[in-house]
Design a protein around this ligand. Structure first.
Ligand code: ADP
Ligand code: MG
Length: 493
């Protein structure tokens, strides 16, 4: 790590076996500030050989290093220290996250606090993993041991960089696994800062390895590597499918948190102000770069016109700005690639539906990957903008007529990550909750995420759950131990 006051361009190598290691190819890739389009860092680009070194180190640390001798309480203590160190450095980390991802500074501050909370949660959970005694006949004893799954390969996206790293690293470490994490190539900076504390925090070499690089090379090499026992992936459904295919060759365990096209459902009689806010917050928070974004806004016909109008009026007041300014409510998208992808959906939307607000690049910015908050209305649920994940500030407002119609439209999607329903009618709320095919359902809110509660999807939004005890479970194997208490021979032959 080096940074000088003059250049502010930082450089990062990969963190392998407790050492900072240059790419075996010698190549580096640039990392940008998406609000200025300026390069802010250069990072060593991990090759398949670098991935191999990292897996070898993680394998050795798991199979024969001192890590296996640590108690769950020891691992918890390291995680507590990590959480505290994140808190002590929260301001710098938030600023770095903000500059690298383009998210508003206030959101970045929440993210850093959430990452610390995640490490703290799994610090506490580490020594609360229990086995069972199984009710076999009296002349035997059977119990279960919970053991770490081994070397975890972890691949994360760019929308919540440090939070996503914490969701992966914290439960794996608590379980006693060793890790090779590949950050998203757009946003590696905060996790590299955190990795630089590894030795000081007491991680033995090889327990936490970070290899940077691109998905098709570095990521694919990690997924294919026979030394990896499990892949935990958060990202697009398209890549998730490729990962499952590749992982089949070695039958490694896979958990996937993929995209969504989450319905945010508004019934007549819902608390009006809260509902209007919730519709906007659900889809525009973090520039809409959220896997659980409420990008399909389903509104009951009785309130449709008035609700659309209220949403549109309020959306006009969303402050786009420089990410570091505290009043900013929306920054730029993370990259040119994402800007192009979202812009092409916006153009498609203009053909498929009507525009209530937005529909392009905000005029006040000469630089930066900004996209206006965009609301399409009278959208058919079969339109591509209603079916495909856009991952940007683009909402489809869809009318419905009554509860069965709302449920039908909500579930008519290949995805099933999240959903929300807004109503004061408690009977209706819970009927709808039970009918929705989604892993997370909010009532009269959208997006609150707590480390204590499970996170993950139905259908093509993936499988496995993160957070809470469910998240730790995914890093554990179950060993059944049978003890014969009867000294007489089996007597079969
Ligand atoms: P996006 O296209 O929005 O960046 P991706 O699903 O492509 O979403 O990326 C999420 C993460 O998956 C990133 O860390 C990326 O580098 C990684 N990735 C992309 N393609 C592959 C792949 N073929 N194999 C493994 N990881 C990949
Ligand atoms: Mg991609």
């Amino acid at each position: 790590m080096s940074s000088t006051a003059k250049t502010i361009i930082r450089t990062y190598d990969n963190y392998i076996n407790g050492q900072w290691v240059k790419s075996s190819s010698g190549e580096m890739f640039p990392v940008y500030d998406p609000s200025t389009e300026e390069m802010i860092a250069q990072v060593s680009s991990g090759t398949a050989a670098d991935v191999h070194s990292a897996v070898k180190a993680a394998r050795a640390a798991f199979d024969s290093g001192p890590w296996r001798q640590t108690t769950a309480a020891d691992r918890g203590r390291i995680l507590y220290k990590l959480a505290e160190k994140i808190r002590a450095n929260a301001a710098q980390l938030a600023e770095l996250e903000c500059r690298n991802s383009g998210k508003p500074i206030v959101e970045a501050e929440y993210d850093i606090a959430d990452a610390a909370t995640c490490f703290e949660y799994y610090a506490g959970l580490a020594n609360k993993v229990l086995g069972h005694v199984n009710p076999v006949p009296a002349n035997a004893l059977s119990f279960t041991l919970r053991e770490p799954v081994g070397v975890a390969g972890q691949i994360i996206p760019w929308n919540y960089p440090l939070v996503m790293a914490s969701w992966k690293l914290a439960p794996a470490i608590a379980a006693g696994c060793t890790c090779v994490l590949k950050p998203a190539e757009q946003t590696p900076l905060t996790v590299m800062e955190v990795a630089s504390w590894s030795e000081e925090l007491g991680f033995p070499p090889g327990v936490v390895n970070i290899v940077n690089g691109f998905g098709e090379t570095t990521g694919a090499a990690l997924v294919a590597h026979p030394g990896v026992d499990k892949i935990a992936f958060t990202g697009s459904a398209a890549v998730g499918k490729m990962i499952v295919k590749s992982a089949a060759d070695t039958l490694k365990r896979v958990t996937l948190e993929l995209g969504g096209k989450s319905p945010n459902i508004f019934f007549d009689g819902a608390d009006w102000e809260a509902a209007v806010d919730g519709a906007l917050f659900g889809v525009f928070i973090n520039q809409g770069e959220v896997c659980s974004a409420g990008s399909r806004i389903l509104v009951e016909k009785k309130i449709y016109s008035k609700f659309l109008e209220a949403m549109t009026e309020k959306a006009k007041r969303i402050k786009l700005g420089a990410p570091l300014e505290r009043e900013t409510k929306m920054g730029p998208l993370v990259s040119k690639e994402q800007y192009d992808r979202v812009s092409s959906y916006v153009e498609l939307g203009k053909k498929e539906a009507k525009v209530a607000i937005g529909g392009g690049r905000p005029k006040q910015f000469s630089k930066g990957f900004y996209v206006e908050p965009t609301i399409f209305y009278d959208v058919d649920n079969s339109a591509r903008i209603s079916r495909e994940e856009i991952f940007g500030p683009v909402a489809s407002v869809i009318p419905f007529e009554g509860e069965p119609d709302a449920i039908r439209i909500a579930n008519d999607t290949p995805y099933g990550l999240a959903a929300a329903v807004w109503t004061r009618d408690i009977y209706k709320a819970f009927r709808v909750v039970k009918s929705l095919r989604a892993g997370i359902v909010w009532v009269n809110h959208m997006q609150p995420t707590y480390v204590e509660a499970p996170w993950g999807g139905y259908k093509q939004s993936g499988f496995g759950r993160e957070l809470g005890p469910w998240g730790l479970e995914e890093y554990l194997e179950t060993k059944q131990v049978f003890v014969n208490l009867d000294e007489t021979p089996i007597g079969w032959y």
